[in-house]
Design a protein around this ligand. Structure first.
Ligand SMILES: Nc1ncnc2c1ncn2[C@@H]1O[C@H](COP(=O)(O)OP(=O)(O)O)[C@@H](O)[C@H]1O
Ligand SMILES: [Mg+2]
Length: 226
């Protein structure tokens, strides 16, 4: 479903030039569950951001569901991304003035579909927050805020979920709950790419991709995980 071909990303030039991604190629199949590991500065976020369209490639191609997406105009890309690719961040990125329910509804603001509230409620229930729907982010724990962010990511029924260190802000136990949630989502058929420093997260994914200095240095299939 996702194919990255010879992707490079160079920031700056001259003495300030940084090669954040150096000729990276990677395929992720539908229903895949891939973790991206590597030291700080190895290009993990850059890789996720070029897939999610937050950054443009310097060279190379990205093909999503058979369609090249790296060379689209901003508007065309936004249209593709909306609905197909969802992001979960380490810092949750929830709007503080909105309730959990309103945050989950936010990605649907451009849709005129019926039953939006029911859908959002169903997803909040799915992530175990049915009793917190009217709470604002500052009334929720870190783990609960990340659950809201995950429900928000799911509300457009994306084919691909991108998560950048989703358990990075959490204690071990809360992190494990979030990991289990990702595991369930993958079992339900969601394709997930997760950047992580957490070996517990990497262990439950089907494949671990290790980056170093912007290059893929290893790809390991986890035994018994498909
Ligand atoms: N906007 C930017 N401008 C210049 N350099 C950047 C920018 N974003 C990232 N980099 C550099 O690219 C490299 C990879 O960064 P990043 O993908 O954030 O690494 P990671 O997520 O693995 O810690 C780092 O050396 C970083 O400093
Ligand atoms: Mg990063």
């Amino acid at each position: 479903m996702l194919e990255i071909k010879n992707a490079s990303k160079i920031y700056g030039d001259g003495a300030a030039k940084v090669t954040a991604l150096d000729n990276v190629s990677l395929e992720v199949e539908k229903g895949g569950f891939v973790s991206i590991m590597g030291p700080s500065g190895s290009g993990k976020s850059t890789l996720l951001n070029i897939i999610g369209g937050l950054e443009r490639l310097t060279s190379g191609e990205i093909i999503l569901n058979g369609e090249r997406i790296d060379n689209l105009t901003e508007d065309a890309f936004v249209a593709i991304r909306r609905g197909k690719i969802a992001y979960v961040f380490q810092q949750y990125h929830l709007l503080q003035s909105l309730t959990a329910l309103e945050n989950v509804l936010l990605p649907l603001v451009f849709y005129s579909a019926n039953g939006k509230t029911e859908k959002a409620m169903e997803l909040l229930k799915r992530v175990g927050l049915e009793k917190r729907v009217n709470h604002k982010p500052n009334e929720l724990s870190g783990g609960e805020q990340q659950r809201v962010a995950i429900a928000r990511a799911l509300v457009t029924a994306p084919s691909l979920i991108l998560a950048d260190e989703p358990t990075g802000n959490m204690d071990k136990k809360t992190g494990e709950e979030i990991i289990r949630l990702f595991e369930e989502l993958n079992r339900d058929g969601h394709t997930i790419i997760v950047v992580t420093h957490n070996p517990e997260v990497a262990r439950i994914t089907r494949e671990v991709v290790s980056l170093q200095d912007g290059r893929i240095v290893s790809r390991t299939k986890n035994v018994g995980k498909g």
